[in-house]
Design a protein around this ligand. Structure first.
Ligand SMILES: [Cu+2]
Length: 726
């Protein structure tokens, strides 16, 4: 028994060295792959560090006053194939059109179709190649994206991708594809809230890869992604002068300096994969992971495109500043979906996920881990068929055959000079066209001496394609305002806020009780107890949500759920009564018998110690008998200094006090936890840590070592200094 802590420490040491010994990025086929490899490993290491520091450092949030083991109702309940929380609090959680319909103020007809106020029917988004959009579709997409930029929502999205602490599963492992599927789905919904007809296009970079110089593609003109100056600043097109999240005045790109675009061969290699663990791949395996580092994994291959675009796209922390990010990821999603359709049954698509192996991928990539920061969904939910059944679908990649005329786009041509006919992007004026002299490669021009130049004939022959005659963007009526997603998530928010929890427990409260903490302005009167805060309350009531999603409905659909007779504050206390005790102070004391802040149990002061020395001289009662008068009943040390005091001999020199307050160190009792390890010794530690107890209560530093990061703060040396008395 005495050996246990030692063995555990040893195991821990072995484990952590093995985890840090990642497989060698030096095996990478190209220098850029090696850099991507290191980048993914850095993300992984940082995620693992956050996970080790425990919930107070990580993104987990705990409601005020509800200890960890009692938080049952707070954990969204998941059936294996349930894709979302019952009530979508925001349109972003929607997984079908009837849900989106609610947020777009539409009407659902008896046959289930959604008709918007404009009379238009809401349909599945069709994701097309960027160059295959009609002029109207393209300008609507650009308009919607610019509105998101202006109303700040685009930045909110960029921030999500940046925040490692909340988005650990975004990179470096199996959750990469599902996470980005959910992320791009959300952006597409944000666009549709502005213009319901918009879909997120995809950028098939294979179309550019076949050019003499992909930087000359028509994509990098003001019609599409825009041009950048010699310093890399994007200076024209729909994203010109877009301020970045970090406050730079433009997006940066350095096309083609490093990396590469996707090739048909890379895609074919991917389509050939048969094992789920090579598709949802462990991209940062440790040396002892049974899976080898595989540079054909989509996460690696896709990283090359980030590097090819360069600038903001280089780093995970800035890449979502550049809209190329979303169009590239929309294509990555298409490639994944093609694999799913070709290789998996419907059932497999929703169920196959690589085994959870800690030495292969960190916990955030595990099948059932929460897909942070997307409330209420887990990684495996990202496998749902509902995404492409209900919300969006892909138009097939542009292709052409001998008998077909072209690639159905003014910006693409069918290359018949290089093997099997294939669609290739057109080249802007001044760009290279060598090797394609016989093809209609130049946009608005002809190929002469290996360069695209304007030609009178081309100008005369194709006036419709010239920029000056491009149809102006259609004027539409004012789009729906961005959705105001400002709701309390729990009926007790107001009570908690009144008790000062907004400042005591900001991590939780700022997320779950935004209106009550004045973090956003709701579109309804929060103080009205008997009202519906959401226009869909009746709809949800009919779907039985009053019973299924009690907290949210109790707060926001009180009228529809028939809760007007009860006062919220009463209901809060009822919530509390259901559980043994959810008042933090009661719970903490009842469950853990933590030290009351009474003088008798404060750690020894010099005065106290000198008193007890006298006690010791006069007392002949054994230590254990003295301890019997002690009111601390459970087997915990009450102070982080206990072990140090024991080392100083206080278990004998100050036996009475020590045997009560440092029971474990003085071996008065045998703890059931691994004393000496850097873990939490009590199940409620994470919850107490969340509510700031680490700072205010000395008991915590001794017994909630993970939650309070105690081992890091109080090394042996620090303790020796701090606990020195006399
Ligand atoms: Cu990416």
């Amino acid at each position: 028994m005495r050996l246990r802590p030692v063995v555990q420490l040893l195991l821990l040491a072995i484990c952590s060295t093995q985890l840090t010994l990642a497989q060698d990025c030096g095996m990478a086929p190209t220098p850029v792959f090696a850099v991507i490899c290191e980048q993914l490993q850095r993300w992984d290491v940082a995620t693992r560090r956050l996970l080790r520091l425990g919930p107070s450092a990580g993104p987990q949030t705990m409601p005020p006053g509800i200890p960890f083991e009692m938080q049952g109702p707070w954990q969204p309940e998941f059936n294996n194939n349930q894709v979302q929380q019952p009530v979508p609090r925001s349109p972003y959680s929607c997984m079908d059109l009837s849900c989106l319909c609610q947020f777009l103020n539409g009407q659902i007809s008896p046959d289930g179709a959604c008709f918007l106020n404009s009379g238009q029917r809401l349909t599945q988004a069709v994701r097309k190649e960027y160059r295959r959009l009609t002029d109207d579709e393209r300008s609507r997409f650009h308009d919607a994206l610019n509105q998101l930029k202006q109303n700040g929502e685009y930045h909110n999205f960029a921030r999500i991708h940046t925040q490692m602490s909340d988005s650990g599963g975004a990179h470096s492992g199996p959750a990469f594809l599902p996470w980005h599927r959910e992320f791009t789905k959300r952006l597409e919904i944000a666009l549709r809230m502005i213009d319901p007809e918009v879909a997120l296009p995809y950028w098939d970079s294979v179309l550019d890869q076949n050019l003499p110089d992909a930087r000359d593609s028509v994509l990098w003109t003001s019609e599409f992604f825009g041009e950048s100056d010699s310093a890399g600043n994007v200076i024209n097109g729909p994203y010109a002068n877009w301020q970045t999240l970090e406050g730079r005045s433009t997006i940066q790109r350095h096309l083609g300096r490093q990396g590469s675009l996707l090739t048909e061969d890379q895609l074919n290699t991917f389509y050939q994969k048969s094992d789920i663990a090579s598709v949802l791949a462990h991209t940062t395996p440790a040396a002892n992971c049974p899976f080898r580092l595989d540079f054909t994994a989509l996460e690696y291959v896709h990283g090359n495109v980030h590097f090819w675009v360069g600038g903001d796209m280089l780093e995970q922390s800035t890449s979502a500043n550049d809209p190329t990010f979303y169009l590239h990821h929309s294509f990555v999603d298409l490639i994944w979906e093609q694999w799913r359709q070709q290789r998996q049954s419907r059932w497999e698509r929703e169920n196959d996920f690589p085994e959870d192996i800690a030495v292969c991928s960190n916990e955030q990539h595990f099948r059932n881990s929460e897909m942070r920061p997307f409330d209420g969904i887990r990684n495996f939910h990202g496998l749902s068929n509902t995404y492409t059944d209900e919300l969006y679908t892909f138009e097939p990649r542009p292709s052409c055959a001998n008998d077909e005329q072209d690639c159905r786009s003014d910006y693409l041509f069918c290359d018949r000079s290089h093997g099997r006919p294939k669609c290739v992007s057109k080249v802007k004026l001044g760009g290279r066209c060598d090797g394609f002299e016989r093809e209609a490669i130049c946009y608005d021009g002809i190929c002469r001496n290996g360069r695209c130049v304007e030609s009178r004939s081309s100008m005369a022959a194709t006036p419709a394609k010239s920029k000056t005659t491009r149809r102006p963007a259609p004027r539409r009526k004012k789009p729906a305002a961005a959705f105001n997603n400002c709701f309390n998530e729990h009926p007790c928010c107001a009570s908690w806020a009144a008790k000062g929890e907004c400042s005591k427990n900001p991590r939780f409260m700022n997320k779950q009780c935004q209106p009550s903490c004045n973090k956003c302005r709701p579109s309804f009167d929060v103080s009205k107890e008997c009202s519906d805060h959401h226009k869909s309350c009746q709809f949800w009531r009919r779907r039985g949500e009053c019973k299924k999603s009690t907290h949210w409905m109790e707060e926001n659909c009180r009228k529809s759920c028939g809760l007007c007779k009860k006062r919220k504050s009463e209901q809060c206390s009822e919530h509390h009564r259901k559980k043994p005790s959810t008042q933090r102070s009661e719970a903490v004391q009842a469950k853990a018998s933590r030290p009351a802040k009474s003088d008798s149990r404060r750690h020894p002061t010099k005065a106290h110690l000198s008193n007890s020395r006298q006690t010791q001289r006069t007392s002949s009662v054994s230590a254990r008998q003295q301890a019997a008068s002690c009111t601390v009943t459970e087997c915990f040390n009450e102070d982080k200094c206990c072990d140090e005091w024991k080392r100083q001999g206080r278990c004998t020199t100050d036996a009475e006090w020590m045997n009560c307050n440092c029971k474990v160190s003085c071996k008065v009792c045998q703890p059931t936890y691994d004393f000496g390890s850097c873990t939490d010794y009590h199940g409620s530690c994470p919850a107490w840590g969340q509510t700031g107890e680490c700072k205010t209560n000395p008991w915590m530093m001794e017994n909630c070592r993970t939650s309070c990061q105690a081992c890091r703060k109080f090394t042996k040396r620090v303790l020796r200094k701090q606990c020195h008395i006399g």
